[in-house]
Design a protein around this ligand. Structure first.
Ligand code: A2P
Length: 268
């Protein structure tokens, strides 16, 4: 892991420009960065915005990115994959503190607490960079006030790819704002699928086989109390939806809250 921090803030010159303040590389495929936050930007934890760079044709090259920082944070944080031939991430991965990105200040999305009916236990189900919106939601006091239990399942191919989520979860009890709220409420269930580790297997399989309930010593899903938020690849989202529906949960939206909500993780 390498960290870079900006010595000073540069003056924005692009339209909707924000200045990168720090960059952290986790693996050769994953990195996170922080940037300044437009003063007027208000968002709900779990929402995404369009961010990017000026493309070779001089026009903005933008992609949807979940905001990974909590809504009370002075800065914004994003967590990204690096795709060698990806139009945006092939360049964004080289961003340095002090440089600028474009950020359209119009947050949207369905992975928000308001799109769920009240419940007792909240499941956060993520593959790969799909952990990003949960990084925001896990640091939001409202999550901990609304739910008695929060279960975070995060699955990646290799153990190193779990580091961003693991660091975040491990830091929660030390967080001055929510540390006390989290105590005794959080179950963290990270797994790998292509490298041996303490816990292995796809989220879908660990749920269908009920292994996750046994391992954590918790009750199986009950639509009366369980709520779920899903963020991963298209295939994962489709397969986990089936598992959740089989457990009796129905999909919600901002306009019609229900038992689970889904968002596609950013891919470039
Ligand atoms: P697997 O290694 O068995 O494909 P990716 O890096 O391709 O985005 O995948 C991230 C994680 O999501 C991997 O651990 C992968 O498992 C898992 N995954 C991919 N597709 C699905 C799916 N349809 N259902 C459940 N897990 C999936």
């Amino acid at each position: 892991m390498t960290d870079q921090t900006a010595p000073t803030k540069a003056t924005p010159t692009l339209p909707d420009a924000q200045t990168v303040t720090s960059v952290t590389h986790y693996t050769d495929r994953l990195f996170a960065f922080r940037c300044t936050r437009p003063q007027s930007l208000r968002f709900r934890s779990g929402e995404f915005v369009m961010i990017g760079l000026i493309g070779d044709n001089g026009k903005p090259l933008l992609r949807a990115y979940s905001i990974a920082s909590p809504s009370w944070d002075e800065e914004l944080e994003f967590y990204s994959i690096k795709v060698p031939d990806g139009p945006l991430t092939s360049r964004l991965q080289h961003i340095q503190p002090g440089e600028q990105i474009i950020l359209r200040p119009k947050p949207v999305g369905t992975l928000v607490l308001d799109a769920l009916l009240p419940g007792k236990r909240l499941w956060m189900l993520a593959t790969g960079t799909g952990i990003a919106p949960f990084a925001s939601l896990l640091r939001d006091p409202e999550t901990w006030e609304k739910y008695e239990q929060v279960v975070v399942m995060h699955t990646c191919r290799e153990a190193a790819e779990l580091a961003y989520g693991r660091n975040l979860v491990e830091d929660l009890p030390k967080d001055p704002l929510i540390g006390e709220l989290v105590a005794g409420k959080l179950h963290y269930y990270p797994t790998t699928t292509r490298e041996p580790s303490d816990r292995m297997g796809r989220i879908t399989d660990n749920m269908s086989s009920r292994k996750v309930f046994t391992d954590l010593g918790i009750a199986p899903m009950d639509p009366a109390h369980d709520r779920a938020m899903v963020c991963g690849s298209l295939d994962f989202n489709l397969d986990i939806k089936r598992v959740l529906e089989e457990a009796g949960l129905t999909e919600g939206a901002n306009s019609a809250p229900a038992e689970y909500v889904v968002e596609k993780a950013f891919v470039d």
